[in-house]
Design a protein around this ligand. Sequence first.
Ligand code: SF4
Length: 301
Amino acid sequence: MLPSYITLYKSGELKKRVNFLKEILKNCTLCPRKCMVNRERGELGYCKAPYKPVISSYFPHFGEEKILVGKNGSGTIFFTFCNLGCVFCQNYTISHLGVGEEMSTEDLAYIMIYLQNLGCHNINLVTPTHFISQIIEALLKAIEFGLKIPIVYNTSGYESLETLKLLDGIVDIYMPDIKFYYPETAKKFANAEDYPEVTKSALKEMYRQVGNLILNEENIALKGLIIRHLLMPNHISELREWLIFIKKELSTEVFINIMEQYRPLYMAYKYPEINRTINYKEYQEAISIAKNLGFKNLYLY
Ligand code: SF4
């Protein structure tokens, strides 16, 4: 099964999408922040991302879900900066402090090919939202160089519906790490009161595009939706609400990974309720909630 971006490339549609996305950068509304800055001229918006893509690292990742890692790893590319900005960010040196190297879209295309040549099972774009125009431009070049593995869109879920629609047929696997269900929590911890409303629409659109997860004979993901949720201390009710939403609006067949590795990093020390790791009881309760709601494809550690 070849990724559908090959079909879009052959029909010329992929090139059109690149041009649309590049236009958006001139008055940037790539994400729900809608800063309307001219990225092409070097103006910076909320995410602080410049025009050229900035990458902090790329490597075959063996710490992701087994269905992405397989034998040879998930070909992960970490993009610098972020459009959300959580106070507890585990990668704050990259997303808030801007550690990374600016490069051309051609270099980015070569990185994709390098990861494919290492045997990686997919190209895993981590925090790609604010550079998605440049990434798709790089993808166009990478296809010419022979890229043919699935694209994973590894995001916080804070996505504009208009931009997601431009990714239809390009992204094979959407992997949103959904966070806050309540607007007040989203405002407090990520300065994004509209996060729940925006992410609900984004999830529905992602699911419409790719559906439930499809694996190959070696249990490697080829296409579909993987929903992650980083369980936070004292916030289990947010998970419950999200799961009720997913059950009602998507399906209990959706692949769900409830992650237990929260650490109180960056500014988390300023918020007593999230200034600790989660405990065993909380994690077990989270898994029980998901099972009791009937979720069939839970990723268990
Ligand atoms: S991608 Fe960055 S500049 Fe563009 S709207 Fe989002 S936060 Fe603003």
